[in-house]
Ligand binder design. Sequence first.
Ligand SMILES: Nc1ncnc2c1ncn2[C@@H]1O[C@H](COP(=O)(O)OP(=O)(O)O)[C@@H](O)[C@H]1O
Ligand SMILES: [Mg+2]
Length: 277
Amino acid sequence: MTLTQRQPSMLAAMSIPPATGQARGPAIHVQGLEKSYKELHVLRGVDFDVAPGSIFALLGSNGAGKTTVVRILSTLLRADAGTARVNGFDVATQAADVRASISLTGQFAAVDEILSGRENLVLVARLRRLDDPGAIADDLLRRFALSEAGARRVATYSGGMRRRLDIAMSLVGSPPVIFLDEPTTGLDPQARIEAWQAVRKLAEGGTTVLLTTQYLDEAEQLADRIAILHKGRIIVDGTLAELRQLLPPAKVEYVEKQPSLEDVFLAVVGDAGEDGN
Ligand SMILES: Nc1ncnc2c1ncn2[C@@H]1O[C@H](COP(=O)(O)OP(=O)(O)O)[C@@H](O)[C@H]1O
Ligand SMILES: [Mg+2]
């Protein structure tokens, strides 16, 4: 099972009462993480820290190992070497505490199509054994601009509404750390913007967000800090401003301009027009 196809069973696995403990130091601490799938050495010593309440983007191309990192951090997969702590808890030795501290949202919406948006939220709140699931659902519907659509079946929702609901569902129980694995892959431009707004809402409330993405603009739009995962390691890690400083300042260059077809067209037509007068 991959994270990008979150199954109901995984929803159940994540449906643990909210965490009581709070992280001291980084919300996520990763050091020397290694993972191989047989011969394939995917993670070769991954290090990074995520500050509490920040949005951290793990940027990498397809197959870079982003989902592998997320699966290790959410205790679904064991690392071969290295340490990882989430909300102060070790993923290897304190897995239950880690699970109680996180929520995980994969690439494809895990919402139930037959149920309404509100029913989906109530269901998750019940699974998490929270008091007053109805009030929790109504509050989240309001925060994610889904109040009007709340009573409608999810089958009638647009891609953006679905993703918003999916992200709202990850907030049920207020986990301090949220993992979003490629939250906008496969979404149309409008739905992407809606999903970005939803992610910003998460961080506004003080939640720590680790998102993975293969889109530079997504990292640029959302992240307080960006780490690039490449060939099994983090090759750069910093704020957008810090990353920009890695490149020399833009130079103004003068180049001989080749005429475009449009230039040719206008020149020819213009000449013809003048001849005709
Ligand atoms: N369970 C698995 N068994 C074998 N290879 C895997 C498994 N999961 C992932 N891989 C491989 O590991 C590499 C990294 O995968 P993944 O972490 O999913 O990358 P990303 O999420 O960045 O696209 C890919 O080459 C992928 O094919
Ligand atoms: Mg992935």
